[in-house]
Ligand binder design. Structure first.
Ligand code: AMP
Ligand code: ZN
Length: 701
């Protein structure tokens, strides 16, 4: 290779890596597989070794990747938080092993899972958690203390046996099960789903509102010392043992090895166990156990010389994209779906996989007829990892989003700034089917007899033209409902055909006795509390917890459409600054609900509710005269251990009035940590009592 060829190739690799970094760290939307990324990195490193003129401080392989985000204070890491050098094959690991054997005497290895999450630094002072930060670029990270405080697994206070001043480092992750549930919740609320647990974790930690982080299933594993408090340990193993005693979650798997053989065996064993952890792992980390060698071995620009990552090949399967179909969801969003040649992967047969949106298809350049690699996100959700471009024959076709709704033929629109394309016809049967299914789902009206197939049949038979029609169904019509009428009925034929050859007869299955079950459930739904109904409507952005927050501020359904509380939230938002009142309802949610009821569909819905004499009541509405804090003015200040709006809601639920600044009407100033002296001084002058969080809880109890 000539120098100019090398330069060209290095430039190409650098821009590929930079782009992949941006997609991964800033957009939380990975566009290349780990393998490809690692190969580029490796090729670039070896080019830079071979052609020293290429070496450049700013080369992406000389820096730790990982973005810094706006809206967070910056912290300095001392020593810097490093990455790890990686190996992908046993031969490379053998090189590492012989390098270590040449360099030091009297050592052994520890093998741990490489947790695929987000690096974290935790700093304790006086035994109390005072700072949590991301790795960022290695020397500077984002201060995400408020968010990390909401993670139950992170100890907030250490036992007396722990050093008073301590920094530990580890990995935050989203549990696999939690990831699947979160995505289901996102989908139910009409929000975008996450690509994998790592992205979901990163996105959850970079929330400006800690309450959002608190609602996410996050945990941590601690595996490293930082700049403080861990100097005394002779071995890594002893240090991990101490971490465990101090209350930190540590890796459930830690193996020792002395010989190369033992090392390889441990790595293979860990690979077999990789699906048994509640976090995703993308490899093994091999470390020297004896810490005395760390200084001798030192570090490269990328990571310490006393540790190495061994990356496992992702479990993947090859298949063919036979077609790309389009599904129309509850909110009208058109989602392209890859129809795959059936293939078996990690425990199940896969024949479809969502492609999310057109941008995603373009980014991955997926074409109809392409051979592709399939992986499972979170070990469960099948996803197209990458296209096997070498197998292209030229016959592949580029997918185009239909210009009208594939179900109702109505107009489709792409809102500015949105990636999603929507069918805007509110009467679209595809939307109605899914709206009905959502209306009947567990957290909504819980109509157990009404699942996907029944929803399809009810809509397609014309029995239901609006979700509220379920309140007017007659038993006879329902009993005779033909479930084979529904959309995609052929696909579902075999489910209920019992012995009939598919296609030979037109299968008929009557709803029959289930009719009574459904009617009973419908009857019970009449008296369900307001938040269940509000969620059932399926307003985008109004998930279970948002619906609860809104319902708590209202008495009954008929108050929503013209709600002074919701309008107040919008006005409050315009005020900004100090006059702003702390309310648990978010501006976007207030906007969504008000605009729903202002729209054609919402108006009709409200009228229909009234004509059906349905007016669901809110569960709890404590009157302002009877609560423990009835009529009492309170101000919250300083950093509190729970989100401020939680406390505000508790105070208001007890009849109290949350004020934004201390006035002569303020009875209590609830002061968290780091409260400025001027605040408490002013409070004392005005005769306000300064109390702590525990005092508040006692008052509320
Ligand atoms: P990468 O993010 O791919 O550059 O890999 C390096 C990262 O792996 C480190 O910065 C850590 O965040 C992470 N990691 C996960 N598990 C471990 C572990 N057991 N020991 C050290 N680092 C780990
Ligand atoms: Zn449509």
């Amino acid at each position: 290779m000539t120098e100019s060829e090398a330069l060209l190739r290095a430039q190409v690799l650098r821009s590929l890596i930079e782009k992949a970094n941006r997609d991964y760290y800033d957009l939380h939307q990975p566009t290349v597989g780990d393998r490809d990324y690692d190969m580029w990195e490796k090729e670039l490193l070896s080019l830079e070794e071979e052609f020293p003129f290429l070496k450049d401080e700013n080369s992406p392989v000389r820096r730790v990747a990982g973005g810094l985000s706006e809206g967070f204070a910056k912290v300095q890491h001392n020593p810097p938080m490093q990455s790890l050098d990686k190996t992908h094959a046993k031969e490379e690991l053998a090189e590492f092993d012989s390098f270590i054997r040449k360099s030091v005497d009297g050592f052994s290895y520890v093998i741990e899972p490489k947790v695929d999450g987000v690096s974290l630094s935790l700093v304790y002072s006086g035994g109390v958690l005072v700072r949590a930060a991301t790795r960022g670029n290695g020397t500077t990270g984002d201060d995400i203390t408020a968010n990390v405080r909401t993670i139950a697994a992170v100890p907030k206070v250490l036992p007396p046996s722990a050093p008073k001043e301590l920094e530990v480092r580890g990995e935050a992750y989203m549990t696999r099960e939690g990831f699947v549930e979160l995505n289901a919740r996102q989908a139910a609320a009409g929000l975008e789903e996450f690509a994998n647990p790592r992205n979901a974790c990163a996105g959850s930690l970079k929330q400006l509102d800690a309450a959002v982080t608190a609602s996410r299933p996050l945990s941590v594993v601690v595996y490293n010392s930082g700049g403080l408090g861990c100097e005394g340990f002779a071995t890594h193993t002893q240090m991990i043992e101490a971490f465990r005693e101090w209350g930190f979650p540590v890796s459930p798997y830690l193996k020792h090895a002395s010989t190369q053989e033992e090392l390889f065996a441990a790595i293979d064993e860990l690979e077999k166990a990789r699906h048994s952890f509640d976090f995703e792992i993308d490899g093994a980390v091999i470390k020297i156990d004896e810490r005395v060698h760390y200084d001798t071995l030192g570090a490269t620009a990328h990571g310490p010389r006393w540790a190495r990552a061994y990356k496992y090949a992702p479990e993947r399967a090859e298949t063919v994209v036979e077609a790309i179909t389009v599904q129309v969801g509850r909110t009208g969003i058109l989602t392209p779906v890859a129809e795959l040649k059936s293939v078996f992967l990690a425990g199940s047969t896969i024949s479809r996989s969502t492609l999310h949106n057109v941008d995603q298809i373009a980014r991955q350049d997926i074409r109809i007829g392409d051979h592709v690699w399939i992986v499972k996100a979170g070990d469960v959700i099948p996803a197209v990892d990458s296209v096997i471009k070498e197998k292209r024959t030229g016959e592949e076709r580029v997918f185009e989003m239909p210009r009208s709704c594939p179900v109702c033929g109505g107009e489709v629109r792409r809102e500015e700034g949105e990636v999603a394309v929507r069918c805007v016809n509110p009467a679209c049967p595809a939307q109605l089917r899914r709206r009905l299914e959502h209306f009947a789902s567990r957290n909504a009206l819980d109509l157990k007899a009404l699942g996907e197939r029944v929803a399809d049949a009810l809509v397609d038979s014309g029995l239901v033209r609006d979700v509220l029609d379920v309140f007017t169904l007659s038993r006879e019509r329902l009993e005779n409902l033909d479930l084979a009428e529904g959309a995609n009925a052929e696909e579902k034929e075999e489910d209920f055909q019992d012995g009939l050859l598919p296609g030979l007869f037109k299968p008929v299955r009557k709803f029959g006795r289930n009719a009574v079950n459904l009617l009973n459930a419908v009857d019970q739904a009449r008296t369900l509390p307001l938040h269940r109904w509000l969620f059932a409507i399926g307003i985008p952005g109004v998930g279970v917890s948002v619906a609860k927050d809104i319902a708590a501020e209202h008495e009954k359904f008929s108050d929503l459409a013209d709600s002074a509380v919701l309008k107040n939230v919008l006005e409050n938002d315009l005020k900004k600054g100090k006059e702003r009142k702390v309310l648990p309802i978010k501006v976007e949610a207030a906007k969504a609900v008000l605009s729903f009821f202002a729209g054609e569909y919402g108006k009709r819905f409200a009228e229909r509710m009234a004509s059906l004499s349905l007016d669901p009541q809110s569960e709890k509405k404590v009157s302002a005269t009877s609560g423990a804090l009835a009529g009492v003015g309170c101000v919250l200040t300083g950093s509190l251990s729970r989100p401020r709006h939680e406390y505000a809601a508790m105070i208001e639920a007890a009849g109290g009035i949350v004020q934004s600044s201390v006035t002569s009407k303020t009875k209590y100033l609830i002061a968290g940590e780091n409260v400025g002296a001027s605040k408490t001084e002013k409070a004392r002058k005005l005769g306000t009592q300064v109390i702590g969080e525990s005092d508040l809880l006692a008052l509320l109890a």
